[in-house]
Design a binder for this molecule. Structure first.
Ligand SMILES: [Zn+2]
Length: 451
């Protein structure tokens, strides 16, 4: 081979979510450089990866999560509660988060995501107790180690119970500290351009935990630094009531007043929006992360995805949690979103392909990365390859439909930017047994400690 950069031909896949790529695709230099049609050969020399047992998907993109919550999965005090009491049960436990525990939680969440076929993830980290000032730096380091593409958000809370908010004093910070650190982490970590592996967005937590002043200042800072904006909105009726009482308007009007209703913003949940509000979201180019599992666990309702799409709003998927999901498996989230929306809208409006589209192209729009989420020439070489050799698939007909309908949950191979980060269903170099032991011990210490 004359060229320095090695090309790989992912040859003869069992199925592939792309047109005219029956004989597979060629990747090189972190990009997809060729689709190989049935009966054809690649036009460039390439090493072969034999994919005849694999269904090849664009890497899935997770648009909403809280990695640290893997430390409080299925916590007894939070079981069987709706969002507000659920949060009130968990805030005091989260206040005990340490840098070491966060490092383990992030490693666990990202590993779970990678193994489920996710190649790009966001995280919404908004808990900064004393001593955890470097939370985002810790997350960046883990992402680099695992080779995952990330859009990490510098979250924030500054409205505690003292100011009529929901969280206790121990987990909030003041506005100046939040804005200064937001600027710091963007300057230090945010990469620009199509090859970016680490990006930063700004993410005040929710209307009931953040002041109007911080919402406005964050929007202005995001505009100045040219980064994306994220928050929870339209998750529960409690939130709508809180907005009406505190601000005299509905959540979306509040968002607009704060300078957030624009194409920079993607919102987690988007359940309780009215038809007119969906049109305003569409016009603004604001996108929605649909979190089907979390919404079911907390009985928050479900995002009206088809109505949203008909209004022109783009929809991605998010695992949320992992204290409300309580897993970080994006392929399972695809199945969950498919089932929830199928039940809501019927067989003619929702197919397995829609659910896969939300987790790929839709999610790419949420994270503002048009070069991701599609198998096409020039797009990033971010891929998820699944085998259908488990008991759950035995007897399948359509291989791609089988992934969603039979409940695929573990990818065999995952590629990010042209590099294999999952091989034979494992993450090379990661001692999973040791990780589980250390993460479980950190979780127990956090859950058992006295406040
Ligand atoms: Zn969330």
């Amino acid at each position: 081979m004359t060229d320095q950069v090695k090309a790989i031909w992912i040859r003869d896949p069992l199925a592939i979510l792309a047109d005219d790529a029956g004989r597979g695709i060629v990747v090189k230099g972190g990009k997809i450089v060729e689709l190989v049609a049935s009966g054809s050969q690649p036009t460039i020399q390439a090493a072969v990866f034999e994919a005849r047992d694999h269904v090849v998907l664009p890497g899935l993109i997770n648009t909403h999560h809280h990695f640290y919550q893997t430390l409080t999965r299925a916590l007894p005090a939070a079981l069987n509660r709706e969002l507000f009491p659920w949060l009130q049960a968990l805030y005091p436990v989260w206040a005990r988060l340490t840098p070491e525990a966060l490092d383990l939680a992030v490693t666990v969440a990202m590993s779970e995501l990678l193994l489920s076929g996710c190649t790009t993830t966001t995280d919404h980290h908004y808990v900064f107790p004393a001593g955890l000032e470097d939370a985002i730096d810790i997350e960046v380091a883990v992402a680099r180690k695992l080779g995952m593409r990330v859009l990490l958000t510098r979250g924030s809370m500054n409205r505690s119970q003292r100011d009529g908010g929901l969280p206790p004093e121990a987990v909030v910070q003041d506005e100046d500290t939040i804005l200064a650190d937001s600027e710091r982490v963007v300057a230090k970590h945010h990469q620009r351009g199509e090859d970016a592996m680490v990006q930063i967005a700004l993410a005040p937590c929710s209307p009931f935990s953040v002041t109007t002043s911080l919402m406005r200042a964050t929007a202005a800072l995001a505009e100045r630094l040219d980064v994306r904006l994220h928050t929870h909105l339209g998750e529960t009726e409690d939130e709508s009531r809180f907005c009406e009482q505190m601000h005299g308007c509905r959540p979306l009007e509040y968002l607009e007043e704060c300078g957030w209703l624009n194409a920079r913003t993607w919102l987690a949940h988007g359940i309780h929006f009215r038809a007119q509000e969906m049109k305003r979201l569409a016009k603004a180019g604001t996108t929605i992360s649909h979190c089907a599992c979390s919404n079911q666990v907390l009985a928050s309702g479900s995002c009206p995805v088809c109505d949203m799409e008909e209004a022109g709003v783009l929809i991605g998927l998010g695992v949320d949690g992992s204290a409300s999901n309580d897993q970080s498996n994006l392929m399972q989230e695809v199945r969950s979103a498919f089932l929830v929306q199928r039940a809501r809208y019927g067989v003619s409006r929702v197919s397995h392909k829609d659910a896969l589209r939300w987790a790929t192209r839709g999610s790419a729009a949420c994270v503002g990365r048009g070069e991701l989420g599609e198998i096409a020439v020039g797009r990033a070489a971010d891929l998820a390859l699944f085998k259908l050799d488990e008991l759950r698939f035995s007897g399948y007909g359509d291989p791609t439909a089988a992934l969603v309908l039979c409940g695929a949950h573990r990818a065999d191979r995952v590629m990010v930017a042209g590099e294999w980060v999952v091989s034979d269903g494992t993450i090379p170099g990661l001692d999973m047994g040791d990780l589980i032991r250390r993460h479980s011990a950190a979780a127990r210490a956090m859950q058992m400690a006295k406040p």
